[in-house]
Write a protein that binds this ligand. Structure first.
Ligand code: HEC
Ligand code: HEC
Length: 475
């Protein structure tokens, strides 16, 4: 254990012990659930609470787990009903008319508010279709999200509503500077969690206006939102396999924006096993274009030789090994695996010493989990940071563009290379004066945006590579 981490952990254990609930937190935080199978780390399964998938879907699209937002009355003045394609079934109250990524609910103070839900990040578009569980890949987190909320707060006069929007504005103002990415589509969730942990007492979960821990650097580590359908095979959550123990409780940290007491967190903790159960029922959308079956069969054989050891086997009798590949062997950008965002020691220690740490713990590894490749055709761009636009480029490092841009239209799909149609550019963000164009550039020279590593496709003949790509369409 690194010295700083040990010191903070000791402190956290003391705090937890003094509060009389050391039993869960301390004991769960040791390095466990991973066995070293040279040269990879196998991440072993931990016990999960059972849940009801149908109840989980209903909770996901109806419950107010974010616990604050914009007063519904104000929302209605600004926005009409959502277009048909953005509506979801099974929604209650005002929710049938809201877009999938927003939920209306009543806060403890009795005010109906609207806030974003999990699907703002976990529902994405591919080939013109919105798919629940596909990671969003085109939202713009380069802007200052607090500005609009602060401006909107000026319009609210009702005292109860005003108290609600001011609370929401306060939280948004706290996170805004630390959650701005450099590129559209890159997600700041790992930094967001870090800021929220920094503002909360780990034991009481009370919000502190001034941060109790150092804040993360304003440079946001970019993450490509992973598809939810992987979770049924995974024994841990997150790219660095950090999420161990009870996954439902880790998912409920999405409520750390505004839940300020253990009582509120416990209320949500009751239905998060249902949400987890629902997530485990999801399957990827089938590849919508033609597949050359004979070629795919040949690709399956090659995949078995070169890829299955890490990524598992598919179809009848499928297997998945849950292997964490250390940085030195995978070689992809290691900004995240070195401990960025919520995975920096100080936040790991916060989590493991907190109410959340009583049932789960964060234990990031210095490397990346080889993910299940189910529905991989739909999950472009590739790698944990979304740095590679197509699978053809992923499997041939000489083809990876250093600077690239795309239309962000999900129909601009490349059926040959399997991924986004993109334009390679001669220079990066620094050379682009226009802000609107700049943020559309994926610049692999920025910190955390690197596109190196995973060179396992380099030794393939171009025929074998084509065959493997054909096979990947069938997963
Ligand atoms: C602001 C965007 C955002 C929101 C909101 C969000 N997530 Fe995520 N989620 C992410 C990102 C990004 C990751 C990947 C982080 C990583 O691995 O480092 C992730 C990872 C996950 C994973 C693990 C997936 C895997 O393959 O390891 C699960 C499960 C999950 N989220 C569930 C939820 C649930 C449930 C909610 C709502 C309660 C939620 N998320 C809200 C962005 C978000
Ligand atoms: C030594 C283990 C290992 C081998 C062998 C391997 N991979 Fe991977 N693969 C990984 C890891 C780890 C990642 C995640 C790396 C990251 O995100 O930084 C990954 C990521 C991927 C992704 C990106 C998934 C996504 O949605 O972003 C694809 C596609 C992929 N691998 C395909 C293949 C194919 C095809 C082969 C065989 C030619 C192969 N891999 C061989 C470990 C491996």
């Amino acid at each position: 254990m690194r010295p700083r981490r040990r010191a903070v952990l000791a402190l956290a254990t003391l705090v937890v012990g003094a509060a009389g609930c050391g039993g869960g937190g301390g004991g769960d935080t040791g390095p466990d659930a991973a066995v070293f199978v040279s040269p990879y780390l196998k991440i072993e399964a931990s016990t999960q609470r059972p849940g009801d998938a149908a109840a989980g879907y209903s909770a996901l699209v109806n419950k107010g787990y974010v616990n604050c937002g914009i007063p519904y009355s104000l929302y209605r003045q600004a926005f009409g009903a959502a277009p048909e394609r953005e509506r979801l079934d099974g929604r209650e109250g005002h929710n049938p008319e809201l877009p999938y990524y927003q939920t209306a609910f009543t806060t403890r103070s009795g005010v109906e508010v609207v806030s974003a839900n999990c699907l703002i990040c976990h529902m994405g578009e591919i080939n013109g279709e919105l798919v629940l569980g596909l990671g969003n890949n085109d939202r713009d987190y380069t802007i200052d999200a607090a500005q609009t909320v602060n401006a909107a707060a000026q319009l609210v006069t009702d005292p109860a509503e005003r108290a609600e929007i001011l609370k929401f504005a306060e939280r948004m103002t706290a996170i805004a500077p630390y959650t701005r990415t450099r590129t559209i589509g890159a997600n700041p969730a790992d930094n967001l969690a870090a800021v929220l942990f920094a503002h909360r007492d780990p034991v009481t979960l009370a919000w502190s206006k001034t941060p109790l821990l150092p804040l993360p650097p304003e440079i946001v580590v970019p993450v490509d939102v992973p598809p939810w359908w992987r979770m049924k095979k995974k024994t841990s959550m997150f790219y660095v396999a950090a999420g161990r123990g009870d996954h439902a409780r880790i998912m409920s940290t999405a409520s750390t924006l505004c839940s300020d007491t253990v009582a509120e967190a416990e209320e949500m903790d009751v239905y998060f096993p249902d949400v987890a159960a629902y997530i485990n029922t999801l399957t990827p959308p089938p590849y919508p274009f033609a597949v050359d079956t004979a070629l795919a069969e040949r690709g399956k054989v090659e995949f078995g030789k070169r890829c299955a050891e890490c990524h598992g086997t598919y179809g009848e009798g499928a297997t998945f090994p849950n292997l964490l590949i250390p940085d030195a062997l995978i070689g992809t950008d290691n900004t995240l695996s070195l401990g960025a965002g919520q995975f920096a020691d100080v936040y790991i220690d916060w989590f493991n010493g907190s109410w959340y740490g009583q049932k789960s713990h964060l234990q990031p590894e210095r490397g990346y989990l080889a993910p299940p490749l189910d529905g991989v055709w739909a999950t472009a761009p590739f790698l944990h940071n979304g740095s590679v636009p197509t699978i053809a480029a992923l499997l041939d490092t000489t083809k990876r563009p250093k600077y690239w841009t795309r239309s962000f239209r999900s129909t601009d799909y490349d059926e040959v290379a399997l991924g986004w149609q993109y334009t390679e550019l001669p220079a990066g963000q620094d050379a682009e004066p226009n802000q609107a164009n700049k943020k559309k550039i994926y610049d692999t020279t920025l910190l955390g945006y690197g596109n190196g590593g995973h060179d396992f496709g380099d030794g393939l003949t171009s025929d074998d590579r084509t065959a493997i790509i054909e096979y990947l369409k069938t997963l």
